[in-house]
Design a protein around this ligand. Structure first.
Ligand SMILES: Nc1ncnc2c1ncn2[C@@H]1O[C@H](COP(=O)(O)OP(=O)(O)OP(=O)(O)O)[C@@H](O)[C@H]1O
Ligand SMILES: [Mg+2]
Length: 254
């Protein structure tokens, strides 16, 4: 048991953004979160990181209600890489990544060599060691995205929430970030638009207009019927001749 959502509902000005979503993240699994634009993926991730509060329902972390937990305790366990984390801060990349250590520091436990090592390791994992001294604001979109992921890794969480982490990345870095996430052994929720990338997840959760309409292994869930209903596309399955894995190609419905 890790993170569970029970009947989560979020409304804004009379509009229901998320409607009675219940799911439990299994330890160590990679759960893909998919759905069209505006279907509630970011809203669900923000609720899970407790950046916002539900109007109804609740979250539990290891069986304990999250609503009364100190933010610091949550931040030691859950790290979020937001969808468009814009930063104009003029600080070195290394210092921005070091912010991930914040929930672990206090007067009794000041910055130490161990924190330094975590930051070094996080930078190396996202292939940013060479840019550690660079001013954050000068990074390219993809470099910045990788720096955000490094900051989340430096936080050393058990649960990683990623909102479209491969958005700005070139194809090689998309693959290496997904491979990295797969090898971390963390419980991960990852919002993705690339449905072929979603095929690599242990399970996928499909949101449609704020409702969780399917949850299960990708090869079961991502059927042509569901893709037509939720995304309005016709999907034709293809088999990769190199390794036999299933891929999808998409066409307009009509
Ligand atoms: N504070 C807010 N006030 C009003 N509407 C909001 C607010 N936050 C989100 N929404 C709306 O809620 C819906 C869900 O938004 P959300 O960001 O969760 O979607 P998403 O699935 O992440 O979409 P995308 O794929 O485009 O990132 C959208 O229609 C959005 O416009
Ligand atoms: Mg979003």
């Amino acid at each position: 048991m890790t993170l569970s959502a029970h009947d989560l509902t979020r409304r804004v000005r009379g509009r229901t953004l998320l409607d009675a979503v219940s799911l439990t993240l299994a330890p160590g699994e990679m759960l893909g979160l998919i759905g069209p634009n505006g279907s509630g993926k970011s809203t669900l991730l923000r609720l899970m990181a407790r950046l916002i509060r539900p109007d109804r329902g609740h979250l539990t972390l290891h069986g304990r209600p999250m609503e009364d937990m100190p933010q610091r305790e949550i931040a030691r366990q859950i790290a979020l890489v937001a969808q468009s984390a814009e930063t104009t801060d003029r600080i070195p990349v290394r210092d921005a990544v070091a912010l991930g250590r914040t929930p672990w520091l206090d007067a009794l436990r000041p910055w130490s060599d161990a924190d330094e090592a975590e930051v070094t390791r996080a930078l190396a994992r996202v292939d940013l060691t060479h840019l550690a001294a660079r001013d954050w604001s000068t990074l390219s979109g993809g470099e910045r995205q990788r720096a955000h992921i490094a900051r989340a890794l430096a936080q050393n969480p058990q649960i990683l929430l990623l909102d479209e982490p491969t958005n700005h990345l070139d194809i090689r870095h998309q693959m290496s970030i997904l491979d990295l996430i797969g090898t971390l052994g963390l419980s991960t929720v990852i919002a993705l638009h690339d449905l072929n990338q979603a095929m690599r997840c242990d399970r996928v959760a499909v949101l449609h207009q704020g409702v969780l309409v399917a949850l299960g292994p990708p090869s079961d869930v991502l059927s042509p019927e569901l893709l037509a209903r939720v995304f309005g596309v016709r999907a034709s399955p293809l088999i990769d001749p190199q390794d036999g894995s299933r891929l999808m190609r998409f066409h307009p419905l009509h």
